[in-house]
Write a protein of this length. Structure first.
Length: 345
């Protein structure tokens, strides 16, 4: 008889492979719903969405009756000196002029609608809320619990795991550096340590007693099995879902994941001022060394250029978020991907 998995039982799911939250459009209600119908769990990504748009997406998934989570960017700004911001803006200006777009003249700082999103999740509770980038206050964690919301925190080290345990979260999402998109690190000004996911899971498991969800670079059933053997209760994947029918990834992004011209990935802060793993392209090669740390100011600075490049299909300038297992992303239903990865788990 299979061992009881209390995390899966608590969430009302049976498949130990979840669909990761992917902010910026790649994550869709259809993808979250597909993960739930496959027996797993998907996440509505609150990042970069207005509270109104987030409420609409939550409603669309809730109407399907599947269990799901919501991932929220916890405020952890990385200030950038105005002079450094202006210098980087000048470096990027020729690219922007080529597309006829204006770049913000001064740093734009915001908290991604933090207060309004927390109010929304308190007024209309969801089964699971996870936080990324920073820790919520203990009072936020405690406020979410009365309606049965499970609270998870994304971490990238044992030290971060202990800090998360101290504010009272129920579970941890353990993210290795092989993950695509932004690192969840609490210290984005420092290099992200390159620790294999099973080793990182084992390290965190020794540090805290909370249930763990492992993520970062998983692209095969063997990767899921290794994470579970290391002590995780579930695995979570993102990049391998980007080419599925339910993904909201742009056509240029989908094509680049399978294009041999994109030989590998790199962790860069060139796009947003915060470390994120993407396919190597002209932008990462040309501008990574010039980019200062500065989030969300650099995210807002490069945003108009990235949107114009995406509309034009110009993969030289697009933020092609991708984990190290991107070659395994297939154009198939998301449920098929998740079940294949679950394998014999």
């Amino acid at each position: 008889m299979p061992a009881v998995n209390p995390l899966l039982e608590r969430l009302g799911v049976t498949l130990p492979v979840f669909a990761a939250p992917m902010a910026g459009g790649a994550g869709t209600p259809a993808l979250v719903t597909a993960a739930g119908r496959a027996g797993g769990l998907g996440f509505v990504a609150a990042g970069y969405r207005t509270p109104e748009a987030l409420a609409e997406q939550i409603g669309a998934v809730r109407d399907t009756g599947v269990p799901f989570g919501v991932n929220v960017f916890a405020p952890r700004p990385v200030p950038v000196a105005p002079a450094e911001y202006r210098r980087y803006a000048e470096v990027l200006r020729p690219e922007a002029e080529r597309y006829g777009v204006a770049l913000p003249e001064a740093p734009v700082e915001d908290d991604d609608g933090w207060d309004a999103k927390i109010r929304l999740l308190l007024e209309a509770p969801v089964p699971l809320v996870s936080f990324t980038f920073g820790l919520p206050e203990a009072a936020v964690v405690e406020a979410l619990r009365p309606a049965g919301t499970l609270v998870a925190q994304s971490v990238t080290s044992a030290a971060e795991a202990r800090a998360a345990a101290d504010v009272g979260v129920d579970a941890l999402v353990v993210q290795a550096s092989a993950a695509g998109g932004h690192s969840a690190t609490f210290t984005p000004e420092r290099p992200v340590p390159d620790v294999p996911l099973p080793a990182l899971v084992a390290e965190v498991r020794r540090a805290v007693a909370l249930p763990l969800i492992a993520t970062g670079g998983i692209a095969h059933a063997e990767g899921v099995s290794a994470a579970l053997r290391a002590g995780a209760k579930a695995a979570m994947v993102g990049t391998v879902l980007l080419r599925t029918g339910e993904s909201g990834a742009s056509a240029p992004h989908r094509a680049a994941l399978a294009d041999p011209a994109f030989a590998g990935t790199v962790v860069t802060r060139a796009f947003t001022g915060r470390p994120a793993r993407a396919l190597r392209n002209h932008f990462t090669e040309r501008y990574d060394a010039s980019a200062p740390a500065g989030y969300p100011a650099l995210h807002h600075l490069t945003g108009p250029l990235r949107r114009a490049a995406t509309a034009a299909g110009d993969t030289r300038l697009i933020h092609l978020w991708s984990g190290t297992g991107h070659r395994e992303a297939r154009p198939e239903p998301a449920a098929e991907t998740l079940r294949r990865l679950a394998g014999g788990a």
